[in-house]
Write a protein that binds this ligand. Sequence first.
Ligand code: GLY
Length: 347
Amino acid sequence: MPIVSRRDFLERSAALAAAGFVPRLPDALYDTPSPVTDAPVRARPCIVSSSNGIRGVKVAYDRIVGGEDPLDAVIAGVNIQELDPDDQSVGVGGFPNEEGVVQLDASCMHGPTKRAGSVAAIEDIATPSLVAKAVMDYTDHVMLVGAGAKKFAKAMGFKEQNLLTEKTRQDWLRWKARLNANDAWLDHDEDVRIKFSTGTINMNAVTATGDLASVTTTSGMAWKIPGRIGDSPIIGAGQYCDNLVGAAGSTGRGEANIKTCASFLIVEFMRQGLAPEAACLKVLERVVAMTETRLLNANGRPKFDLEFYAVAKDGRFGGATLYSGGRFAVCDEKGPRLEEAAFLYRR
Ligand code: GLY
């Protein structure tokens, strides 16, 4: 194909546009075509999740090998944590915002049908993952927030309930008691805002025919400003899924994740040929490069942690964290287990 200069291209496009044609980039300017196809493949069915999904990965795995839809399977997996009052990172019993109100975020993607749904800052509904799926299934939208999300959930038949357990309320009161009257949001050095930000559950599935799905659900950062939305409900940050390539998701400091569109980027690196673990590590490097100085320690390393989980269309999987010691949950033909996550820095 002859090389087209930018000027030639612009001039030609202008002439075509004047003649009523929609200009199109010459093929030479497109990226190399992806080697992947949409045809059914033989894959190793597998579920990958954050470590708190150790019970859920088995539930989800049994469902996908029984022929159930991969998104329904992973949502059933994360529902266990959403409904568990002892998991303070998600759903019932999740940490509240600074006013003591539990506000939940969740999103999901369904690979085979290329659809997504999301809710953010939703109150009084225990299973935001299911509300996110209802947004996907029953509306022309992808994302609903706050009062509108709750109104929609109630219209869909979700039950309103108090999500603040007594245990979590006591933790909130202890946090509040430590505040000084003139504290500002950025006054902290190493504090509970960062320490408590590692909750959330992400879960990803690949079926025996290579169909993919992903879901992430959370109560978000503890003691957040009311209305703060983390990465979990943001498609491409908290989770992402492309049925041609793979699925990925995240737990940890959402603010760091949003700035790098991390789950989308992990899937893109897998599309370029990286294995799931390598793709997660490469995106963690990007996170470090994008971290503002106030969040770096004396060694230039982030003061927070962030965890990534990924599965490829053929069933390969991986997980990686900024700091050593992280684990993630997996279930495949070998059964449910926790695996060591790869890491950038030794603690
Ligand atoms: N990753 C959960 C959050 O930051 O809200």
